[in-house]
Design a binder for this molecule. Sequence first.
Ligand SMILES: Nc1ncnc2c1ncn2[C@@H]1O[C@H](COP(=O)(O)OP(=O)(O)OP(=O)(O)O)[C@@H](O)[C@H]1O
Ligand code: SF4
Ligand SMILES: [Mg+2]
Length: 328
Amino acid sequence: MKNVLLRFEKVHKSFRVGHFFSRNVIHAVCDANFEIEDRPAVFTLVGESGSGKTTIANLLLRTINPTSGTIWLMNKNIKDFRKADLIKLIQPIFQDPFETFNPLKKVEAYFHLMLRKTSVSKRKTNDYYVLERVLNEVGLAIEDIKGRYPHELSGGQLQRLSIARSLLVNPKILVADEPVSMLDASLRISMLNLFRKLRDEKVLHIFYITHDLATAYYISDHIAVILKGNIVETGPADKVLICPLHPYTQLLKESVPKITEDKKQRTHKREIWKNTESVPGHSEYLCKFVYRCPHRRDVCEKEAPPKCTVDGVIVRCWLYHNPSEGGV
Ligand SMILES: Nc1ncnc2c1ncn2[C@@H]1O[C@H](COP(=O)(O)OP(=O)(O)OP(=O)(O)O)[C@@H](O)[C@H]1O
Ligand code: SF4
Ligand SMILES: [Mg+2]
């Protein structure tokens, strides 16, 4: 039997926005279902801007609660965890490493404070060894940070430090929301390699969030594709990224600009992304790709797409529906 670490079950998150007379509801995440097995891997959530990626990260970190549905962590409802226990299991890595640190505090002092707060190091004399351990794990040394303020470090060094900060509590899952998008292209690969190293050497689960299919391709073991709050395809990364099933994932793959393409071609591909906007009044349960899909059928405009399993990949699309199998 599969040992499941994390499971999203029919998770829905909506936000109310606007004032009394122009109140609107945004369905940021709709009926999200996916699971992550309990073995170290990089699970990537990929989708365009505004598709609900950060909302899923926040639900996982329990900074917000689902409107409906359940998130199971090690077979226990995530809302039943004590906050202090949850923090030890799941740690965030933010997009902007400068946000992690207090600009007025020397980095080393910040780490000492964290060690006291998290009670990872019981005695001050032990701090040095814990700090040295986590810095080594991210490829830094104490000399790199000694006496320095955050602004005296490079973006790459700071992002490594924010990962080191997360490692202090020996977590099981790192939730990394666009962790490389603010780094130079040359630093991105080394940061992604660090995630892979942590997966293998620290036996960590990396929940990697990105809008960038190229980095997803480089790092992922498993992948979930999200479109306007709906997870449309999930499965082993090599299958999903090499032979995507959902027409949206296929478009996504085609729209990744190649290095050799000129500016005009790249702009055209960006336009394809824009045109996946859903239509006002369109039910959040129907396929969000319906007005762009070249394979649309009548049923697509009337009923929610079924959940179909094709060779280990789960895809929500009428194209793969086999009536004899039933079930949605
Ligand atoms: N606190 C909130 N209140 C109201 N609407 C919100 C809130 N948080 C997110 N949203 C809306 O939910 C949708 C999903 O937002 P989310 O931040 O999860 O997207 P994202 O995929 O992370 O986008 P990006 O790639 O730009 O970071 C958006 O339409 C956003 O405006
Ligand atoms: S459900 Fe229908 S409209 Fe949506 S992607 Fe599949 S075929 Fe296209
Ligand atoms: Mg986001």
